[in-house]
Design a protein around this ligand. Structure first.
Ligand SMILES: [Zn+2]
Length: 475
């Protein structure tokens, strides 16, 4: 596994070096945040009355020095009563998803920054767009988060001969799976994402080839594959809690043959089998990205009030009336098979499962599946996901870990990201209220620093107005 970390590190250092040279060219003045409370989720540490000096794109020092020691020309931000934490990562997004979300560059990318999301893991998208954005963001030409991406997802054809999603590459045989992995490697992707319809033998071939190519493999547990096989194949992250309830069921074979139902699933859970499976996940440190915000939304999709959505102002009519409506219509028949009460029970079990895995030492990442998830709005939804982790039994600081120190650890970039420490890249969020008292306080953003670039509240509000204008333009 170490080699994966090394590759990630090289990638991010290349990005960091590019932005460093830019910052030096522009000779950005130092910034001193004084009297601030620093929160480092990774070490569960909270230190009051710090002076944090930023120089160029990185954190120069974190100390208890008096403000009189700050560099002469530094811009001083009085951090009294404020809380400084690492920038957030959304570890499951689709920022460039075929033709589903037009104007993503002007809407999705700034919404992340405006919400303190300074890094994202793109879990299925178009390489040309994502590679271009990544370059433009690191050059300071456009505003957006750091992006690591899979490029197109490996998927199989549906019975109607079509692929379910855009940004997908069809794999039908082991040979085509190997060819797809090799082609993605040549296109410069950071990892391989698998979707649900990949056949059993093709999945195993893809996992083997990804390992040979030094690319992590992440994503779904394909319909024909068991969770324990995915763990054995070395898959690094599992999305949406896939496979766990099936593997806890005494009737797992039925589900693998595509004959299960939600009622059967919930009625056949075996606690002892389940404990063993959770233990296996902990032992292999198979990361879980439960995407609870979207799980909740999807579970109760038939109750969604399309007319009264407070964040509608950031959503183009096309996303809502075409993309999301079409996606909702495609899911509704399946959803309606199960009464709302059964679905509510399933969602409650999801929260309980996350809590049980967490207590057993299974590692977690915050991810939202924005924007394909209906009304899972970029940036805003990550804060909902943090609250979901608390609802599942995490302490607030453990919830913060899933979006700060854990992503850095997962990506092998802890040397530069994931904490507020001297020498790290200055991706930071300054909050008006203490998120450890109430996790919802992560929404009370005073300022965001992205690669040392300072966006105060007024600047963030301007950014949001820009998104509103872009959403109105894009019918
Ligand atoms: Zn997704």
């Amino acid at each position: 596994m170490r080699i994966f970390g090394t590759l990630w590190t090289l990638l991010v250092f290349a990005l960091a070096a590019a932005s460093l040279s830019l910052a030096q060219a522009g000779a950005a003045p130092a910034i001193a945040i004084t009297h601030v409370t620093v929160i480092n989720p990774g070490t569960s540490s909270v230190t009051r009355n710090r002076t944090v000096i930023l120089a160029g794109d990185h954190i120069d020092s974190v100390s208890d020095a008096a403000p009189s020691t700050v560099p002469k020309h530094a811009r001083v931000i009085n951090g009294t009563g404020l809380y400084l934490m690492p920038g957030l990562w959304d570890m499951h997004v689709h920022a460039a998803f075929g033709d589903w979300f037009p104007r993503g560059r002007d809407i999705i990318l700034p919404l992340f920054i405006a919400n303190g999301v300074t890094g994202v893991r793109d879990m299925g998208g178009d390489v040309p767009a994502l590679a271009t954005w990544r370059k433009q963001i690191s050059a300071g030409a456009i505003i957006g988060p750091r992006i690591v991406f899979s490029g197109p997802m490996l998927d199989g054809y549906l019975p109607d001969g079509k692929l379910r999603f855009p940004s997908s590459v069809p794999v039908t045989t082991p040979a085509s799976a190997v060819a797809a992995v090799d082609s993605l490697k040549a296109q410069g992707v950071d990892f391989i994402k698998v979707q649900s319809v990949v056949a059993h033998d093709a999945y195993l071939a893809a996992a083997k080839e990804a390992r040979r190519q030094g690319l992590p493999i992440v994503g779904h547990v394909p319909d024909q594959v068991r969770l324990r096989e995915v763990v054995a194949a070395g898959q690094k992250s599992v999305e949406h809690l896939m496979g766990i309830f099936e593997s806890c069921s005494t009737e797992e074979d039925e589900f693998i043959q595509g004959k299960g139902s939600l009622k059967l699933l919930l009625g056949t859970q075996n606690p002892r089998t389940c404990d063993a499976m959770i233990h296996l996940l902990a032992q292999h440190q198979t990361w879980q990205v439960p995407t609870l915000t979207w799980q909740r939304g999807g579970t109760f999709l038939d109750q969604l009030d399309w007319q009264h959505q407070p964040l509608d102002t950031y959503i183009p009519a096309y996303w809502r009336d075409v993309t999301w409506r079409r996606f909702a219509d495609s899911m509704m028949p399946d959803l309606r098979k199960d009464p709302p009460k059964l679905r509510a029970e399933y969602f409650t079990r999801n929260l309980e499962m996350v809590g049980a895995m967490h207590r057993a030492g299974v590692p977690f990442l915050a991810g939202t599946d924005t924007p394909p998830g209906i009304y899972v709005v970029p940036g805003f939804s990550l804060h909902d996901e943090l609250a979901n982790f608390v609802e599942a039994g995490f302490t607030p600081i453990e919830a913060l870990q899933t979006a700060t120190s854990n992503p850095a650890r997962f990506l092998g970039i802890e040397r530069s990201f994931g904490s507020v420490e001297a020498g790290k890249i200055a991706d930071l969020v300054l909050l008006d209220s203490n998120p450890l008292e109430d996790i919802r306080n992560t929404k009370k953003i005073n300022a965001v620093f992205a690669g040392g670039r300072y966006f105060d509240r007024a600047e963030l509000d301007r950014m949001l107005r820009g998104v509103e204008a872009a959403a109105r333009d894009q019918k």
